[in-house]
Ligand binder design. Sequence first.
Ligand SMILES: [Zn+2]
Length: 336
Amino acid sequence: MEAQLPPASGSSTRSTDRHTAAVVHQIFSTAIASLSSSAEEMTFPTHAGGSASSPDAAISLEGMRCSSSSRFRVALIAPHPDDFDILAATMALFAEHPGGCDIRVCVLSCGSGVEDSFCTETRGVEPTPQAIRKIRRGEQQAGCNFFEEKYPGSVTLKFLELEESGAPDYAYATRGQTLLTPVNFDAFALYLSEVDPDVVMLPAVYETLPAAEPSPMPGGPGNAGHYRCGKLVEEALRRSGRPTALLQHGDPKTVSMRHDLFTPYDAETREWKAEMLRLHESQHVRNLETRGVGFDSRILAPELVNAKELAGARWEVWVAKGVAGVEVFQLDFVNC
Ligand SMILES: [Zn+2]
């Protein structure tokens, strides 16, 4: 299989045959394989995808498998419970990796996103920090259990329980987000050094590392938890110095990012993922009440829009091939 992969370095990685989603996936796996095998060879351009709308593009869901033979380790850093489930299709690709893949999921904080009314009316508990964390931990565990029904033993889930915002009033809008305290920086750096991943995944927080954009918070668009997650990752990688592929993924709150790589999924996967997302009941109820759509649609609808944008004039072909959405990523290499 290795011999069929495109070369991982040099200008040839942008040759004209790199147009199909399957080939983009090969690039993805090649990038990861090269990362696992030899740090010196990591000269892979950061813009890997982007030509999916070539007139000759033809994608095959059959071909979308990571095809390298290197076992690698992925750390998905989830600022909140549910940031793993949002990437269910990509995590499935990792889980199916023929060479084996360790998926480490690290949830930073669990105290946000649950409204008082959900605690009292749906769960019959007072909205204390402990009760809210218990609710969201339970939902994340349920999501991982659901994933592991299909991919047994694939995920190692860790709740880091970092110091969170909340005091003094414990208001819904500001509580439960990871704080950028020295204790948290140390705790997260220790976690990442122990996992020692080849690939770090996190929600999109800024354009590129290490030149982070100014914080989108407070007051501006964006997501404080996601932004702070980026700062923790940035500092941990600075301390470790380890060459690492960084994949930032898009979600409905993403301010801006490149779409370098994407994971297309079909309708069957879409329904599987939707069921997984609905296990986050606190988020599902809140989205239904405040946005008029469920948490599943909140995530999946923009992924359909992204698929159409990536396909461009080829959208009908993509539809015929069974594409029902894409998970999008910005790929950067850090410490390389
Ligand atoms: Zn999040």
